[in-house]
Design a binder for this molecule. Structure first.
Ligand code: SF4
Ligand code: SF4
Length: 610
C-alpha cells in the first residue's frame, strides 16, 4: 500500500510526470529546477519505466528533443529555470504555432527574490509572448495536480502548456501520496504533415490564426478557470491572486478576519486569463487587488486601471518575492484596516560570505590566474566559480557562455585604441558545452587574443553534480558517449590547448604564463584546469593527504584569509595568527604557495592542524 512521502516540490512534479505517462523528459540543470530531472531519472529506474530522461547540453536542445517526442505522439516534458527559457525561446515560439500531438509540458521554474539567478523575469510573460497557456501552482501538491491538468489541456487543444513553479514551490516540502505509474500509452507514430511540421510562411500565417482561435477556447475551458475560495463572502473589494502569492493571501485573509468580507479568487491559468472571469470581476467589484509574482501578467489582462490595484498602481511592489508579511501589509491597506507600512526586511544575519569549498580546485585556478596575469581583465560565467569574485579574479558575469564573447569584446575594444591587455576568461566545463563553444569559434576566426580557462571539475557542481558531455554517464546512470574536450577545443580553431592541474600550483602558473605568451601573439589560447570537484571525492580520496599547518613564522597579516579565503584557514581566538581547521582542510596543499612569509607548511597526516 502506498504511504504519504515528504517530497520537494520538484520531486512532486517528477512524480506527476511519471504518473501521467511522460515518456521523454529532458533538462539542463538550473536552480530552482534541477531536482526535477534527477527525481524523474530515479523514479524511472526504481519503477523500471520505459522512458528516456536526459541532461541535455542546453535548454534549447532539451526543448527540441522533448517537443519532437510529443510531435511523434508521446507525452513529454522539458525542464529548465527561467533564464534557461531564454535559451529555449527560439524553438518555443515556433512550437506553439505547430502545436503538439502527445501532451507536452514546458516546466520553467521562476526565482522571485532572486535567490540564485541573474534576473527575476517572469516566465508567464514569455508564455504571453509565445501565446501558450501557463499554469501557476501554489504548492508541491498543487504542482502535481497541475501536471495532470496540463497534459489534459495540452492534448485537448494540441498546444504546448507551460507549468511555472517558483522557488518556494520547487523547494518546499509536503506530504504526497504516490500513485501508480500509467502504463506506457502507445509507441511513437509520427504522422507526416509538412504544412504543419515544416510550415512555410503562408502556412505559418494560417497556423497563427488557428492558435488565436485555440487561445480563445482555452480562455473558456472550465477545468483551468479561477477558483472562488470563499463563495459566501460579500463585499465590494475582491482579491485575485496566483501561485505562491495565492497560498499566502488565503492565510492572510483568514488571519486578518477578512475571509467573510473580501471575496478571494485564485487564478490557476494566468494566461490566457478566462474571459468570463474578467467580465465577472470587473462587473462585480468596485476595487480589485491583484497579487502575483513577479510581473503584472494578470493585472495587465484586467483592463481597468481605475479599479484594479497592483504593480501598475504601486499597491504591490514591482520586484522581489511577495512574502507573507508583505502580503499582510498590502491586504490590510487594501481593506482599509491597517496603516500599510512597508514590511521591513531584517538585515541579513551576520556570517561569512558564500565562498568556494575548502580544497576547491577553482580557488587554486583563480589564485594562479591572479599570479600569472596580475593586471588582467577577468570575464567569467555562470556557476559556482562565480565566487571567484571574492578572490578578485572575476570581473564580469553576464549569462551562460558570455565569458568567451566578453573576452573577445574586451580584446577588440582595447585593440581599437592600440592597447593590449592580458585577458583571462573562466568558464565551467558544463557551461562551456552549453554556450561557450560558438564564442570560441568566433574568437578563433577573429584571432581574438585572450586566454580561456575551462574549469573542468567533471560535473555541473553548482546544481547538484549533474554530468557533462565529457562524463560518460547519463541522468539514469546509464553509460553514454563521451565528448573529447581537447579535441573539441582544437576543432573550434584554438591553436593552443593544454591541460593542467590547478593544485600543482607552480606548474599551473607556468602553464598560464605560456598560454598568455601564445595568446598575445596568435589568438585565443585554452587552458583546461582539470581537477575533480571536492564534493565528488566524498571526503575520502584525500583522507591521507598531509594537512597544512601554520608555523610560528605567521605574522598575522591576514593575506591567506582575505586573499585566498579557504574556509579551512581561520584565525586563532586572539585574532593574532592564522591556523588550519584540520577537520575542514582537504589537504590540497595550495595554501603552501599563498603565505608571503612561507609560514604555512605541510603537516603530517590527519590531525596536522594545530
Ligand atoms: S599564515 Fe602567512 S598569510 Fe596567513 S596570516 Fe600568517 S603570515 Fe599572513
Ligand atoms: S591545504 Fe590549505 S588550501 Fe587546501 S584545504 Fe587545507 S587549508 Fe585549504
Amino acid at each position: 500500500m502506498n504511504r504519504p512521502m515528504l517530497m520537494l516540490g520538484n520531486e512532486a512534479i517528477a512524480l506527476a510526470l511519471i504518473e501521467n505517462g511522460c515518456r521523454v523528459a529532458a533538462s539542463y540543470p538550473g536552480t530552482p529546477a534541477s531536482e526535477i530531472l534527477s527525481a524523474v531519472a530515479k523514479l524511472r529506474n526504481d519503477r523500471g519505466i520505459p522512458m528516456h530522461a536526459e541532461w541535455s547540453v542546453n535548454e534549447k536542445v532539451a526543448f527540441e528533443i522533448a517537443y519532437t517526442a510529443s510531435v511523434a505522439g508521446l507525452r513529454a516534458a522539458a525542464g529548465m529555470k527561467q533564464v534557461g527559457l531564454n535559451v529555449a525561446s527560439d524553438p518555443l515560439m515556433s512550437a506553439v504555432y505547430s502545436g503538439v500531438k502527445g501532451g507536452f509540458l514546458v516546466i520553467s521554474a521562476d526565482d522571485p527574490g532572486p535567490h540564485s539567478s541573474q534576473t527575476e523575469q517572469d516566465s508567464r510573460l514569455m508564455a504571453m509572448v509565445a501565446k501558450l497557456p501557463v499554469l501557476d501552482p501554489d504548492s508541491p501538491a498543487h504542482a502535481r495536480d497541475l501536471v495532470a491538468l496540463g497534459y489534459e489541456l495540452s492534448e485537448k487543444f494540441e498546444i504546448p502548456v507551460m507549468l511555472r513553479p517558483t522557488t518556494r514551490v520547487c523547494h518546499a516540502c509536503q506530504d504526497i501520496l504516490p500513485g501508480d505509474s500509467v502504463p506506457p500509452a502507445g509507441e511513437a507514430d509520427f504522422r507526416k504533415s509538412p504544412s504543419r511540421w515544416a510550415a512555410t510562411p503562408v502556412f505559418r500565417n494560417l497556423l497563427h490564426k488557428e492558435l488565436t482561435t485555440k487561445l480563445a477556447e482555452i480562455a473558456g475551458w472550465a477545468p483551468t478557470a479561477p477558483i472562488r475560495w470563499n463563495p459566501d463572502a460579500s463585499g465590494t473589494r475582491a482579491v485575485v491572486a496566483s501561485g505562491v502569492a495565492a497560498a499566502h493571501a488565503r492565510e492572510v485573509l483568514e488571519g486578518l478576519g477578512l475571509w467573510g468580507s473580501v471575496p478571494f479568487y485564485q487564478v490557476l491559468q494566468p494566461f490566457p486569463l478566462h474571459a468570463d472571469f474578467v467580465s465577472h470581476v470587473l462587473g462585480s467589484y468596485g476595487e480589485i487587488l491583484v497579487l502575483e509574482e513577479t510581473a503584472a501578467v494578470i493585472e495587465m489582462q484586467l483592463l481597468d486601471r481605475g479599479r484594479v490595484r497592483g504593480k501598475a498602481t504601486g499597491a504591490v511592489p514591482e520586484a522581489g518575492e511577495l512574502l507573507p508579511e508583505e502580503i499582510e501589509r498590502i491586504v490590510s491597506e487594501f481593506a482599509g484596516i491597517g496603516a500599510g507600512k512597508p514590511a521591513e526586511r531584517g538585515a541579513p544575519p551576520p556570517g561569512r560570505r558564500p565562498t568556494l569549498c575548502a580544497g576547491c580546485p577553482h580557488r587554486a585556478s583563480f589564485y594562479a590566474i591572479r599570479r600569472a596575469a596580475p593586471n588582467g581583465i577577468y570575464p567569467s560565467d555562470i556557476g559556482c566559480y562565480t565566487l571567484g569574485l571574492n578572490l578578485g579574479a572575476v570581473d564580469t558575469v553576464l549569462c551562460m557562455g558570455a565569458a568567451v564573447g566578453q573576452a573577445a569584446g574586451f580584446y577588440q575594444a582595447y585593440r581599437l585604441g592600440g592597447k593590449t591587455v592580458d585577458i583571462v576568461a573562466t568558464i565551467g566545463d558544463s557551461t562551456f558545452f552549453h554556450a561557450g563553444i560558438p564564442g570560441l569559434i568566433d574568437a578563433a576566426v577573429q584571432k581574438a587574443k585572450f586566454v580561456l580557462v575551462i574549469l573542468d571539475n567533471a560535473m555541473a557542481a553548482m546544481t547538484g553534480a549533474q554530468p557533462t558531455p565529457a562524463t560518460g554517464c547519463g541522468a539514469m546512470g546509464e553509460p553514454t558517449g563521451i565528448v573529447d574536450m581537447e579535441a573539441l577545443v582544437r576543432a573550434c580553431g584554438a591553436g593552443f590547448c593544454k591541460v593542467g592541474t590547478p593544485s600543482r600550483f607552480d606548474e599551473f602558473v607556468a602553464l598560464l604564463k605560456e598560454a598568455l605568451a601564445y595568446s598575445r601573439e596568435n589568438g585565443p589560447a585554452v587552458v583546461i584546469a582539470r581537477e575533480p570537484c571536492v564534493m565528488s571525492l566524498g571526503g575520502k580520496a584525500r583522507a591521507d593527504a598531509p594537512k597544512a599547518v601554520v608555523t610560528d613564522a605567521c605574522a598575522g597579516c591576514r593575506h591567506c584569509v582575505d586573499r585566498y579565503e579557504c574556509p579551512a584557514i581561520v584565525f586563532d581566538e586572539d585574532g593574532k595568527r592564522a591556523c588550519i581547521d584540520g577537520f575542514h582542510c582537504a589537504g590540497c596543499g595550495v595554501c603552501l604557495h599563498v603565505c608571503p612569509l612561507g609560514a604555512i607548511r605541510a603537516g603530517g597526516g590527519e590531525g596536522g592542524a594545530p
